[in-house]
Design a protein around this ligand. Sequence first.
Ligand SMILES: [Zn+2]
Length: 305
Amino acid sequence: MKEYPMTFREFIKRFPDEQHCRDYLYELRFSDGFVCPKCSHDKHWKIGELLFECAKCGRQTSVIAGTIFQDTRKPLMDWFIGIWWLSTMKTGASALGLQQVLGLKSYQTSWTWLHKIRKALVNPNRSKLLGTVEIDETIIGGVATGKRGRGAENKVLVIIAAELNGKKIGRCRMGIISDASSDSIHPFIIENIETDSTLITDGWRGYNGIEKKGFSRKIHVQKTNPNQEELLPHIHLIASLLKRWLLGTLHGAVESQHLQSYLDEYVFRFNRRKSAQRGLLFYRVLESAMQTKTITYEELTDHKI
Ligand SMILES: [Zn+2]
């Protein structure tokens, strides 16, 4: 197994300058050596710091095209530090914090970077939850709709699923749903949970019919005192931790169009809460960043949703 830096000091030693960062991204991109994406030829010339030209067809390939680093004009080292900072921090990361860490002049740049990095927290190759999975919806309040000038405060419905290993909680997933109908709930289940898993739900009809799609279902129903927290205690624990985190890290300032990326960040942290190898997380996020398309400030602030 590769040696991963585990402390910030080791990290700085491993990536002391731009060249080391470029070399590492090159390795990630072309782990089996350079291959032209157009003609599959392997002979190539270096024509820029991150740009290579195929010797056969002349096609130019940038190491960072199609990644979250695409078109960046900032040093890769800044990106590496930002990713290290976000992925090794135990709690949350704010745009103001990143701005201070990197000494960025613009808050907008810092805010945009955080969103780009958050996109990479969802590993494109991640596997679905499986086994016994508890699932329920919760309401996140105080979410701005993103329609500026109206000051509308909205509530957003979030569905949470968590693996149960005995009494312990395993991995979780979260998604925004427009309502609690089966048309909204079933696609979330199918996208995030392996068939043949056993779902523990309450008696809500939005879950009805999921058995026909390959899942088993155990229904926990209240007998006398309808207390949802006792019914599905694990999801309620996660939901209350999530709400505390949103308030603490983001000071409750969440716009609905960005809520999913905050949920993804929370899931990333939650699912790795027991990981002793914080440094390894940095490499996982970096790998994922190389497979994640970037998002621009304009796309992030497009309020037409
Ligand atoms: Zn070629």
